[in-house]
Ligand binder design. Sequence first.
Ligand code: ADP
Ligand code: MG
Length: 238
Amino acid sequence: MAKVKVDQLDKSYGDLKAVEGLSFSINDGEFLVIVGPSGCGKSTTLDVIAGLESPTSGKIWLGDEDITELAPQDRDIAMVFQNYALYPHMSVQENMSFGLKMSSDYDKETIQEKVQEMASLLGISELLDDKPKELSGGQQQRVALGRAVIREPEVFLLDEPLSNLDAKLRTEMRTELQQIQNNLGITTVYVTHDQIEAMTMGDRIAVLNEGQLQQIDAPLELYYNPANRFVASFIGSP
Ligand code: ADP
Ligand code: MG
């Protein structure tokens, strides 16, 4: 059974069809990348999965549960945005434990242990007492990731999370993110407009254009057997 299923999703804003007839499944533990040019409906798709937007029509399934009507906080889904806002007055430790305190019954010691474990996995153990403004962009992004995955959500959604980082850091974080996802085995949907990011990170890639799914396949399959001209030119070297 698929972990997440997007079923005949339509999302319109007035006359504009942001997403049209979109259907695909994400397997348990899979790293799926959604890629396509700016404005093709990537964020809209992710927002609907997260419950931040409701679909015009269509359904979202989490396992065998129809979650289309569930509020975001009632879905076992965590999301990280491009503009990850950390709480500026809280330390790294507090930023990472805040959500757990709110959403779980863990006692203080357990929460502390979990924060330390996650910090170690992310290589930010040294920074637990620092405030966000004392951190570099890459360190802040790590805290944002840690804060999201520490809740051990069933599904992890990332919307262009590396776009604000410089090229070198972006390459590093790509690899790290993959390792973290691999270690935790969390079903992940990762949105990017960057073909290289898609090709290097995804188990499978869903290519979107103008709100419609063009192809969903393993990276090399897209490369060698593109379903159409758009996929060929978008994924192949220009
Ligand atoms: P992407 O993330 O792929 O760049 P989006 O999903 O953000 O694309 O947007 C898809 C289309 O929907 C774009 O044409 C965008 O302008 C439009 N759109 C997105 N959000 C809204 C909104 N809240 N109101 C009106 N139009 C929107
Ligand atoms: Mg977007």
